[in-house]
Design a protein around this ligand. Structure first.
Ligand SMILES: Cc1ncc(COP(=O)(O)O)c(C=O)c1O
Length: 397
């Protein structure tokens, strides 16, 4: 009855896992979810005030499909402040979150059979979105040797005449790793002579612990490539506005116009009064975010300490709010009840079942032998979750 497209589609693994954790909590179990993909603090007050004012002033009707002019201008201004790059407001487009924007970009860029390079591990939705655009997913594995980052050698190996798009994500979900300017320059040198579009998913770009205010961007390191870089960002993480559903893309005007066209026929504009809040978020005082980042850094050190104590191997993350520890050495072991753990999915299921801790299996991000832990939750619950993990791994035979 349903179309093949719908039959093949599986729900987002991270959203599904969080739903399961909520169900168990409702059923009375004490669940610590380290599977969350959003900050636990509220949207900052100055942003809410701007949206409330907009509501009171009657900003409740349709806006242009590409977003209200003052938000498009604010996006361009923020990009100038953050990256030192200059764009015109008509090169910026507002969508319903970065997820929507990336989906739309793939729809307007890819013909059936075009190839989309998705370095692995990857954010769960990229391959599904590429498939929905009838593109072929090319997912090169980025090994621990290169800190789970794409190297120019691997990139050269997977590039073909059919490559249409590559998706880069730094800081990375799930690994928390950040590309240096040098590494981006080396990738840009390979991409420069191709016609490949770069979707740069920058939604964690300011959530960084390297001491810099923002991570380097591929659009900054190679002028020739810049015109094919599409800068995707979101209000979701930096400003804790996941439920406001606002994301953006800045880049080539032809692509932006095509996305606006696509949105005009599919979703129309972002929520009108939410867009007013977003203008304030981008251009208002950034102090609240800076405070939140300090809090995140302190939670990150708790997880580092607990993983080290439990002898679980990991690469120190430099951004976002995730750890990507290796569970390789626990595969093949058994729970006290005798269940053998063979995969990251079985590891996560046993951890949830026995200790009530939710983590996302690495295989959902395209790589076996790892899990993703999120530390965007309060310190008390985080410590509780980590001590349960310590107990769980030490109970495995
Ligand atoms: C790497 C990455 N890109 C995009 C998104 C989507 O964010 P948004 O809420 O803006 O749709 C997420 C959300 O978790 C993400 O981790």
């Amino acid at each position: 009855m349903l179309a093949t497209r719908a039959q093949r589609l599986k729900p987002s693994a991270t959203l599904a896992l969080n739903a399961k954790a909520h169900d168990l909590t409702r059923a009375g179990r004490d669940i610590v979810s380290l599977a969350v993909g959003e900050p636990d603090w509220d949207t900052f007050n100055y942003i809410k005030e701007a949206a409330k004012k907009a509501l009171d002033e009657g900003f409740t009707k349709y806006t242009p499909a590409a977003g209200i002019p003052d938000l498009r201008a604010a996006l361009v201004e923020r990009t100038k402040i953050d990256l030192g790059l200059t764009y015109e407001p008509n090169q910026a487009l507002v969508g319903l979150g970065a997820k929507h924007v990336i989906y739309n970009l793939l729809q307007v860029l890819c013909n059936p059979g075009d190839e989309v390079i998705i370095p692995t591990p990857y954010w769960v939705s990229y391959p599904v979105m590429a498939e929905l655009a009838e593109a072929k997913v090319v997912a090169p594995v980025c090994s621990q040797k290169t800190n789970f980052k794409l190297s120019p050698e691997v990139l050269k190996n997977v590039l073909s005449a059919k490559t249409k798009v590559i998706i880069l994500n730094s800081p990375n979900n799930p690994t928390g790793q950040v590309y240096t300017a040098e590494e981006l320059k080396n990738l840009a040198n390979v991409l420069e002579r191709t016609g490949v579009w770069v979707i740069s998913d920058d939604i964690y770009d300011r959530m960084v612990f390297t001491g810099d205010s923002i991570v380097p961007n591929i659009a900054q390191v190679n002028e020739k490539l810049r015109e094919r870089v599409l800068l995707v960002n979101s209000m979701s993480k930096t400003y804790s506005m996941t439920g406001w559903r606002l994301g953006s893309v800045i880049g080539d005007k032809r692509v932006i116009d095509a996305c606006a066209n696509f949105q005009s026929q599919s979703s129309s504009s972002g929520v009108t009064f939410a867009q007013k809040g977003a203008v304030q978020a981008l251009l208002g005082p950034q102090k609240d975010f800076e405070e939140a980042l300090k809090e995140l850094a302190s939670r990150k050190s708790i997880v580092s300490k607990c993983l080290t104590e439990a002898n679980i191997e990991f690469l120190e993350p430099q951004g976002a709010f995730y750890f990507w520890p290796s569970i390789e050495k626990f595969l093949g072991r058994r729970t006290p009840q005798g269940t053998e753990i063979k995969t990251s999915t079985e590891f996560s299921a046993a951890l949830l079942d026995l200790e009530g801790v939710a983590v996302v299996p690495g295989i959902e991000f395209g790589m076996e032998g790892f899990v993703r832990l999120s530390y965007a939750l309060n310190e008390k619950r985080l410590c509780e979750g980590m001590s349960r993990i310590q107990r769980f791994v030490s109970s495995l035979n």
